[in-house]
Write a protein that binds this ligand. Structure first.
Ligand code: FES
Ligand SMILES: [Fe+2]
Length: 374
């Protein structure tokens, strides 16, 4: 029996740790500039292994990473033109995964009916995306909207993340603005308050008030005259399975999550900043160096602290999945309901169609005081 079925009737937080993904969404799998023409790589989406390759014309394709002949991993093969060739006997597959050539067959010999499952792919925002669900739903499911991408005035920093934790733990970290305490030595943020919260089947939208001072406030140009401290509104919008967050009009973070397996998740994040720096620095050849400097000296420092917490949380969950916990942020509970509800509605779950939104005793509209349940 699968874990989520065992956990039926358990608190929502426990169920959120045990569910799988709704595959009928686009998932990010690779930074586009790291996949060169005629290169093939291995990626995993929720324990399904895929061979993703860029053909000689530059188009990206994805298929199950198992040769239909004997099951050898296709990502160990070669790209020939638009096709992928298995490393073992050289069977050649077109972008639909159909076998179109066997090197040791005479020309006139009929090919066997052998096809690797192929997946819809897209390339957008410098990221390769794969749709692991029902292929006929791919067209109608939009990619996340990233309006700042490629727009002048915004400086983009790509932030890669890799965590040994279930995606629900990673997603809660993003929604959880109350963990400024963790980042106090980095002068993160303080005095958070949850102002607004909305939840529907597809996502959670929350608004928090937070205060900044010191280095971060200076970098983002938040301070008012004579002071480095500023109080601002942070909007966090989880639209299953990804995030869009913004700090008024000063910065935006798009956080695309790739659930690799029950205890492993990657993220492909795009941070957009309005830096108070001259344009020649932001657009010239120095821009990529500046991106690395900001990434290494600011965002990765925050991320490393978060990773330590998320992986610690996962370790204790794995040791004892039945331990009780106390959640006091209604935005986290709303997020857990969406994650569980999406899985149960996806048709992948065998756990019945109980509506997770009705299960918790805490409703999204419940009064909050300083972001805490009252
Ligand atoms: S296993 Fe792939 S060609 Fe034989
Ligand atoms: Fe954090």
């Amino acid at each position: 029996m699968e874990a989520s079925a065992v956990l039926k009737g358990q608190p929502i937080y426990r169920r959120a740790r045990a569910v799988g993904i709704n595959p009928n969404y686009w998932y990010p799998v690779f930074w586009a500039d790291q996949l060169k023409p005629e290169e093939v790589v291995s990626v995993k989406i929720w324990d399904s292994s895929l061979a993703v390759y860029r053909d000689a014309d530059g188009t990206v394709h994805a298929m199950a990473d198992a040769c239909p002949h004997k099951g050898v991993e296709l990502h160990k093969g070669e790209v020939h033109g638009n096709n992928l060739v298995c490393p073992y006997h050289g069977w050649e597959f077109d972008s639909d995964g159909q076998c179109v050539g066997i090197p040791y067959f005479p020309k006139e010999q009929k090919l066997p009916c052998a096809q690797a499952k192929s997946y819809p792919t897209r390339e957008a925002y410098g990221i390769v995306w794969v749709f692991p669900g029902l292929a006929e739903l791919a067209e109608q499911q939009p990619l996340p909207d990233v309006p700042q991408y490629g727009q002048p005035g915004w400086f983009m920093v790509r932030i890669p993340g890799h965590f040994q934790a279930h995606f629900s733990i990673c997603n809660e970290n993003t929604m959880d603005v109350f963990h400024g305490f963790l980042h106090k030595d980095l002068q993160g943020w303080y005095e958070p308050k949850l102002l607004k919260l909305k939840q529907d089947d597809d996502g959670v939208a929350a608004e928090y008030q937070v205060s900044y001072e010191g280095f971060l406030s200076k970098l983002l140009g938040l301070g008012t005259k004579g002071s480095d401290s500023a109080t601002r509104t942070v909007s966090i919008h989880y639209r299953y399975p990804h995030y869009a967050t913004s700090l008024e009009s000063v910065s935006s973070l798009y956080l695309m999550r790739l659930p690799i397996g029950p205890t492993e998740t990657k993220s492909f994040s795009l941070m957009f900043l309005k830096l108070p720096l001259p344009q020649w620095l932001l657009n010239g050849p120095i821009a990529r160096v500046l991106e690395k400097v900001i990434l290494n000296n600011i965002f990765l420092k925050f991320l490393h602290q978060d990773v330590e917490m998320m992986e610690s949380e996962q370790r204790n969950y794995s040791i004892d999945p039945h331990r009780n916990y106390v959640e006091v942020n209604p935005a986290i509970i709303a997020l857990q309901r969406v994650i569980v509800g999406q899985y149960e509605r996806s048709g992948v779950s065998h756990t019945s169609s109980v509506d997770a939104s009705k299960e918790s005793s805490i409703q999204p509209s419940q009064e909050v005081s300083n972001g805490m349940l009252v």
